[in-house]
Design a protein around this ligand. Sequence first.
Ligand code: HEC
Length: 136
Amino acid sequence: MKSINKITISLLACITLALSHGNVTPQAVETKGLKTIDQNSIVNPFRENKRAIEIGKSAYNSNCARCHGLDAISGGIAPDLRELTADDDELDEYFIGIVKGGVVRNGNVYMPPFKAVLSAEAIWSIRSWLATRPAD
Ligand code: HEC
């Protein structure tokens, strides 16, 4: 009986952990020190901007890392974003579109939309930081 209770308790602990992991609240990002930009911009205005890179690192780790991996090294749950780093206008447009709108297929949310959570300043900061991450 005792060991069954132990199993039940550790099972409950696992479920609680799994649930709380899936519900990590998106974090607002402080973008002080960056110029205000057009919220509908489709080309990264902060390429190689030092302050943006700094902001982007923490914004990434608090909003994206749980799926895309700490320091952008994917553990396989979601694509490795270091593959998308080239400073390229078309990739910029693709990136901001996905991050704002998320990815939903057949009613399944693969990635949540960040439009209501992150400003364009914050999203481009993440992209600028990703560009500093070498791909393996
Ligand atoms: C809940 C998990 C989750 C979170 C959080 C998340 N993503 Fe994703 N993301 C995914 C998955 C899964 C995909 C692949 C979707 C598919 O199958 O097309 C993806 C795809 C992408 C892509 C397209 C990659 C490619 O190679 O085409 C980009 C860019 C991206 N995510 C950026 C971000 C950024 C930036 C953040 C943080 C602001 C973020 N994601 C947060 C799960 C997540």
